[in-house]
Design a protein around this ligand. Sequence first.
Ligand code: SIN
Ligand code: CO
Length: 392
Amino acid sequence: MTAFFNSELSQQQFLTQFWQKKPLLIRQALPGFDPLLSIEELAGLACEEDIESRLIEETGEAGPWQCRHGPFSDSDFAALPASHWTLLVQDVDKHVPELAPIMRRFSFVPEWRRDDLMVSFAPVGGSVGPHTDGYDVFLLQALGSRRWQISHEPLQEAEFIDGLELKILREFDADESWDLQPGDMLYLPPHFAHHGVALNDCMTFSIGFRAPTQLEMLDAFMQTLTDQAGGQQRYRDPGLQVAEDDRLIDAAALSRFKQSLMNVIEQSDNWISDAVGRLMTETKPSLLFLADLNSSEPLEESGLSEKMLGGERLVRNSYIRLAWLETEDDFRVYAAGEGVSVAKQASEALPVLTGDKPIALDELKALREQPTALSALCALVGLGAWHWDEPE
Ligand code: SIN
Ligand code: CO
């Protein structure tokens, strides 16, 4: 059994006892943790145009809990007070490839459930206010210390301070308070109120997860139905009773509508898997530009061998999500919200096509025995999921 970080728990015990259920503090989860990122490098990322960043000041010029969005400049940082502010940068695991392995430490949860590594820096007193998040999060202390106060129960109907961009809780009574040192980590399920205040110069890594809403799932399902011209069965009402009022949509009719909707879901396993594959690999709008910038030109199979014979290799585009699933007829590899078919007999190609190891001539030779694997690789290059080592 694989241990859950540096704890007595196994990964499965963590999932069974804590995941989505209750908070957990793991002292020295990663002993001797090295963030591999300096405060200056973090500030540098926040100055880049296509990187999502925020500066939160507890008593900003524009009022309490002022939130500004990047890109920032050196003069923005120079004008900050000595305390009580936080800089946050999203998707650092993708912008700084050296930090991608941190996300893989969380591979006991599927990759398509993992969102990003957000890194924050705050001087003493800095915080983003007491709040809840809709997602699970691991808060890994990277530099300095932070005092985390949390509640023991999830807050389903939170009340927020009016008129702020940030959703700061109007009231927060902590049940627990812990000071985290580098290497310590706190896990919080969705909706648990928390408030982390920097006790000195403090860098925190937030490993965040993603979980679509029902609305997003239905939207994706609708999209698949539209593309596949499904859902064409019309409303039917055998057994219709004469109504007292012919303008009334009665309970029997409403229940036929509901049943019809349930039927279309019930009878659409393949379309639902397609919708899920697309939804869970869609590129976040904030990353679309960088995803495209890191893509290579689509190519034919002959071009693939030619380049590899010349010593080039394909590497994963860190901005594009990949996942696969099995249908009755084939495997589907999804990338950037698009599906590619791979034959059932090519199952050994899946870890290569969806993995994070570069693909060079040796891997290509292995794939060559499976024509669908090779054509899938070309399609995945076309979708931007794999690109040549040297971007063209
Ligand atoms: C922070 O790093 O200051 C905030 C992280 C969080 O509360 O989710
Ligand atoms: Co939070």
